[in-house]
Design a protein around this ligand. Structure first.
Ligand SMILES: Cc1cc2nc3c(=O)[nH]c(=O)nc-3n(C[C@H](O)[C@H](O)[C@H](O)COP(=O)(O)OP(=O)(O)OC[C@H]3O[C@@H](n4cnc5c(N)ncnc54)[C@H](O)[C@@H]3O)c2cc1C
Length: 277
């Protein structure tokens, strides 16, 4: 909407936008959004009772991170605060199915505690609410029901795609999560500023960040913000699924000039060996 010329204000209660992403990704997106003229207020708490329809739009009040209350007037208000499960009064109380705040608990092959009852998708407790997660969980459940090999969904290998501009693609642990899990972390980062195809596209914002385990070179997470980041992340997802190491990815040949060269460079950057940095 901002690019169409609309003045946009984002009110986010958490300390940063895209809070599930790596902290540096949030920072970069906020930087680019601000450059595009979008006003971003993080740590801002909207008072739901203050939201009122007025002629020509809507008004609301929010307490900003500096503690001051401000009134906002807008033509349109877009609320994007998440979804909740609809598992009340559908008869689950007559089964052994267990719930966690309304979400259905399942084991690694999507079985609930009630024999013969499976759950997949947004309604499942503990997995991100994404279409590709629902789809893979469905395949796991069906394979299990049919008595075929059913490979459980690995929470750490689910790609996340955010269709902003620049886009975001990520998989696995953020740097902070990896450190919190006790890994000795090594990070490789490569900016699109130094990528030739990004120059051709005129799209220099963002970077590729690889979070790796220092001891064995295990790839713990990859975080991309930049041109077509949600497409580029596929290489990292495949690498992690195949249990490739940073070293494998360093010697993987990336065509030139492509934006995915930046992914190869970021893997090399883990050991300070990026060529164009
Ligand atoms: C605005 C928006 C944008 C999104 N964008 C993306 C995206 O870009 N990429 C992505 O991966 N995911 C995206 N998602 C998430 C994605 O849509 C969901 O993860 C996916 O649809 C989950 O599939 P599901 O089958 O679990 O649930 P749903 O698709 O919600 O299907 C559940 C169905 O059950 C029906 N139902 C509910 N209660 C009952 C009942 N009591 N009896 C019978 N039927 C019932 C509902 O009507 C619905 O049709 C988006 C979601 C939203 C809301």
């Amino acid at each position: 909407m901002s690019r169409f010329g609309t003045q946009v204000t984002v009110l986010e209660m958490l300390p940063r936008i895209v809070p599930v992403e790596d902290e540096e990704v949030s920072k970069e997106l906020a930087r680019v959004f601000k450059k595009q003229g979008i006003r971003i207020e993080t740590g801002a708490k909207v008072d739901p009772a203050s939201v009122k329809k007025v002629e020509g739009g809507v008004i609301l009040k929010a307490v900003l991170s500096n503690g001051k209350e401000e009134e906002f007037c807008a033509e349109k208000l877009l609320v994007a605060v998440g979804r909740s499960p609809n598992t009340d009064k559908i008869g689950l109380e007559n089964t052994k199915v267990e719930l966690d705040r309304g979400f259905i608990k399942v084991n690694e092959v999507q079985q609930t505690a009630e024999p013969g009852v499976y759950a997949i998708g947004d309604v499942v407790a503990g997995t991100p609410q994404l279409a590709h997660v629902a789809s893979m969980q469905g395949m796991v459940a069906v394979a299990q029901i049919a008595g075929k090999p059913a490979k459980p969904v690995n929470r750490n290998r689910i790609p996340g795609a955010t269709y902003t501009e620049p886009g975001i693609g990520s998989v696995g642990l953020t740097e902070a999560q990896a450190k919190a899990e006790g890994y000795e972390v090594k990070v490789g980062k490569f900016p699109f500023m130094a990528n030739s195809k990004a120059s051709i596209l005129g799209s220099h914002d963002g970077f590729v960040k690889v979070v790796a385990d220092a001891k064995y070179g295990e790839i713990l997470g990859v975080h991309i913000i930049g041109p077509q980041a949600y497409e580029l992340i596929s290489e990292a997802v495949t690498a992690m699924e195949a249990e490739a190491t940073v070293e494998t990815m360093m010697s993987t040949i990336h065509a030139h000039p492509t934006i995915y060269e930046a992914v190869g460079e970021a893997f090399n950057a883990v050991y300070g060996l990026a060529i164009n940095a």
